[in-house]
Design a protein around this ligand. Structure first.
Ligand code: AMP
Ligand code: ZN
Length: 459
């Protein structure tokens, strides 16, 4: 398999350290709010990677973290604590916020048909591992305790700091920072352990050799991935925004603590989902689109998945409802064609399997994999039962539930309008009934008046 490695900036033949098991770590969500559809694009890309590795015959051990402490609003150490911000916003404790949004994230994963990681690890359950890694960094001369009592990573002491991101230390230091922490020896240094919180009422606190406090965000991932996958492993993923700060700092921590390099052989990063006017998708403000918001507009989550698969993961993807509509139409058409194949058992078509394998092995070329799926379904030379068997095999990577009936959820608002309309029809108020049909239509659904009553379906 050829995968594009951010470390070397090229496609490379993938070779796991231990051929019997690929060790994969994907950075998980910070559970202070719902995931937005941009975040979800990254998780779909990681899911495709996991499924593609399995398609190619590898056994995968997949670990994902849940960040429930320590992540400040800036990926560097500035700003507010994200969890505390969520708690304040909703008048709940940080623990309640973490539980609620972890559940919401799991629901989104299920709706997008993401294969569950083998291990999902919460940061708050692994404080000891983090403390141990910070202790190792201190022993190896990579950490210092500042005047305010916080422990920082000493980036000047780590020779290769920023190598993956190709960061130029001089430029970085000269770069303007919003808020410079005077306790740091260099603006690149980052917190490993906080004893002094800018947010005096920090709820989440633990004892440590440096005093009561809480971990920095980056130490979570390096400590937990090392705990579950070992001191050196195969693949680590996230969105491209993680290259210059989060993953750069993770590498410094892991390699500084163990003295082994490279910590991870292959780094894969998914490009961003952007909005039509290039606006950034943010977890606050009006540019915050959730999967539930798409469902409320009448979309099936798998239509969003199809939309994502249409673009290569390393390309920026522009979101628009028009593009999502096109994906919806295409997926429906594909599913209708698959439904017509019947249910006889066939044999996988070797030529198509080979083509599909070549596409996914070429750095996860999913647009090509989808094109092959369409070619197969329209190929007169392949029997229906063989098409079905082959499509089912493709679907172990696509994850579009191609052989299942189209499923859709009807938003509460539409259901209420339908009830009202049924009542209007009973009262023979045809004008009102038509008016309500138009309202339902505006929400993206059409009404079908059947003998046993009316029902709605997405348009
Ligand atoms: P967070 O919950 O903020 O830690 O982000 C979760 C994941 O989503 C990370 O891997 C980010 O790199 C990724 N991410 C954030 N914004 C976007 C976006 N607009 N498009 C794609 N991925 C994103
Ligand atoms: Zn991470």
């Amino acid at each position: 398999m050829q995968l594009y490695n951010t470390l070397t900036r090229q496609k490379e033949e993938f070779k796991p350290v231990d051929p019997s098991e690929v060790k994969l770590y994907t950075c998980g969500p910070t559970v202070y709010n719902y995931a937005h559809i941009g975040n979800l694009r990254t998780y779909v890309f990681e899911d495709i990677l996991r499924r593609a590795l399995e398609f190619e015959g590898y056994l995968v051990n997949h670990v994902m973290n849940i960040t429930d402490v320590g992540h400040l609003t800036s990926d560097a150490d500035e700003g507010e604590d994200k969890m505390a911000k969520g708690a304040k916003r909703e008048g709940k404790t940080v623990w309640e916020i973490a539980e609620y949004y972890t559940d919401a994230f799991m629901r989104d994963m299920e709706r997008l048909n993401l294969v569950e990681p083998h291990i999902k690890c919460k940061a708050t359950d692994h404080i000891q591992e983090m403390i141990d890694q910070v202790k190792a960094l201190e022993e190896n001369g990579y950490a210092y305790v500042a005047e305010n009592g916080n422990v920082y990573f000493d980036t000047a002491a780590f020779k290769d700091y920023g190598a993956m991101a190709q960061l130029d230390k001089q430029n970085l230091e000269a770069g303007a920072r919003i808020e410079v922490d005077d306790n740091k020896r260099s603006p690149n240094d980052f917190a490993l352990w906080f004893v002094t919180s800018k947010h005096g009422d920090q709820d989440m606190q633990w004892d440590s050799p440096w005093g009561r406090g809480f971990p920095g965000w980056h130490i979570e991932c390096s400590a937990m991935s090392t705990r579950y996958l070992g001191e050196q492993f195969d693949i680590h993923c996230g969105g491209i925004d993680h290259i210059p700060v989060h993953h750069t700092n993770e590498i410094a921590q892991a390699e500084g603590a163990t003295g082994k390099s490279p910590w991870v052989n292959t780094w894969l990063h998914g490009n961003f989902l952007v909005l039509e006017d290039d606006a950034k998708m943010a977890k606050s403000g009006e540019n915050f689109l959730t999967l539930q918001a798409l469902i409320d507009k009448g979309y099936d989550p798998l239509e969003y998945r199809y939309f994502i698969l249409n673009a290569h993961y390393r390309k920026e993807l522009r979101f628009s409802f028009d593009n999502l509509d096109a994906a919806k139409t295409a997926l429906r058409k594909l599913k209708t064609k698959v439904a017509k194949l019947g249910d006889k058992e066939g044999t996988e078509n070797a030529k198509y399997i080979e083509e599909f394998s070549a596409a996914v092995s070429d750095d996860l070329n999913m647009p090509q994999a989808l094109a092959i799926t369409w070619n197969l379904i329209d190929d007169d030379k392949v029997s229906d039962e063989d098409k079905l068997a082959t499509i089912k095999k493709f679907d172990t990577v696509l994850g579009l539930k191609l052989d299942e009936e189209i499923h859709f959820e009807i938003p509460a608002e539409v259901q209420e309008l339908l009830i009202e309309r049924n009542k209007a029809r009973e009262d023979k108020d045809w004008a009102k009934s038509d008016e309500l049909r138009d309202k339902i239509d505006e929400l993206g659904f059409e009404v079908h008046d059947l003998s046993g009553g009316s029902e709605v379906r997405p348009k």
